[in-house]
Design a protein around this ligand. Sequence first.
Ligand code: 5CA
Ligand code: ZN
Length: 416
Amino acid sequence: MHSWPSPAIPEIPGRNGPIHIFDSAHGEVVALTPGPTAGLYVCGITPYDATHLGHAATYVTFDVLGRALRDAGHDVVYVQNVTDVDDPLLARAVRDGIDWEVLADRETALFREDMTALGVIAPDHYLGVTESIDGIVATVSDLLAAGTAYRLEAPDASSPDIYLDLAQAPGVGSVSHASREEMLALFAERGGDPEREGKRDALDPLLWRGARDGEPSWDGGDLGDGRPGWHIECTVIALANLDLPMTVQGGGTDLIYPHHEMSAAQGRLISGEESFAQAFVHQAMVGFEGEKMSKSKGNLVLVSRLRADGVDPMAIRLALLDHHYRTEWEWSDGDLTRAQERLGQWRAALSRNGGPSTDRLITTIRARVSDDLDTPGALVAMDKWVAESLSADHSANLGGPGLAARAIDRLLGVRL
Ligand code: 5CA
Ligand code: ZN
C-alpha cells in the first residue's frame, strides 16, 4: 500500500551518540545498539475513525525516535502495518451501513494526509493485512504442520478457526510481565476470546478465523476460507521486512498485552530467534474529558478536524512534543494555545537578521532526545535560544536562525 511523501531531513553539523530509551520488557532505560541499520516496527491504525490525537502522539513519538536514530548515524528501516480487516472495523462498517473496504480506504487516506501535515517520516514498508494474506496463510500452515497450532470447529463457520498452542511458545510473559489474572482480564478486554469452548488454553490467540456469512474471507488453501487473527498480522509483516531482533517494536501502552506479547511470542516461535525486539517502547495513553481517547468511546479530537478549523499542524506537533511520551495526559484547548504562542515566538526569532550561536542549542537538543526522548526538555532549550535571540541584537551571526531552524526540523520534525 502506498504510504505518504516523506519530508526532507535537513543536514546539520555533528551527530548524536547512542539513544537511550525505556524498554517496557526490561522495565528500565536501555541504550539502543542497532549496528548500521536500525529496524523499527510501529503498530499502525485500524482504519475506522482516524486520526485522533492519541494516534498522532504515538506516531510523532516514533518519528522523533527514527530521527534520533538517523542523527546517531544509523540507517532506519521503518515498517508499519494497517489493520485493514478486523472485528472493530467490520462492526463499524455494519453500524454505519458502509462497505468495509470503502471505510478502510477512506480512513487510511485521511491518516496519510494527517501524517504528511504533521511532518511524520513515511514508513519504508507500509502494509495492509489484506495485502499480507499469502504470508499469513503460509505461516499458519507451517505452525499447523509443526503441531504448534490447532484447528477448532465453529458451528457458524464454513471452515475451522485456528489457534496457536501458546504453551509451546517460549518466553510468554517476557514483554508484559503480567500475571495470569491480568492476562485473562486484558485478553478479554482487547479483542481476545478467553471463554471460547474447546481451546487448549483460554489465552491461546486466534491465528485464522474460518469464514462466516457476511464477513470478508480469503482462500486459505488447506486452512480453508477465512481471515487472519490480529496478532499474527504484525508478526508476519515484521518477519517479512526486518531482521530479528528488530531494534524497537513500538505502539501505545494499550498494546503491551496481549498484542505485543503475542506478536513477539509468535515471532520467536516461528523464527527460532531468542528475541523479537531489542526494546519494546510504548507511548502513554492520551485522554480527553476524563477517559482514554478511543474510537470505541467516541471521545475523539481528530487531527483532520483541527486542520479543517485552520490550526497549523506544526502547532499540533508542538503541543504533542510538549508531553513526555511516558506520561499520560489529557488534551485540552490550553495545549493548543500554548503551542501556538510558542510557535509564534520561535518564528519571530527565526525571522530576525541573525541569532545567537546554535552550538549549545544543538548539543542540548541532542542530549535531551537521546535521554529517553525528553522532547519537553528539547523545547525548553529552543525557548531559551529564542529568548536570547529576541532580547538582544545578534546581527553579527547571520547563520544562527537558519541553523536553528534546520536543527529543530531535523531532530524534532517541526518546520518553522
Ligand atoms: N491496528 C492496531 C495495532 S496493530 C491498533 O491498535 N490500531 S489503533 O488504531 O487502535 O491504534 C493505532 C496506534 O495508536 C496504536 O499504536 C495504539 O497503541 C495507539 N493509540 C490508540 N489510542 C491511543 C491513545 N489514546 N493515546 C496514545 N496512543 C494511542
Ligand atoms: Zn500491531
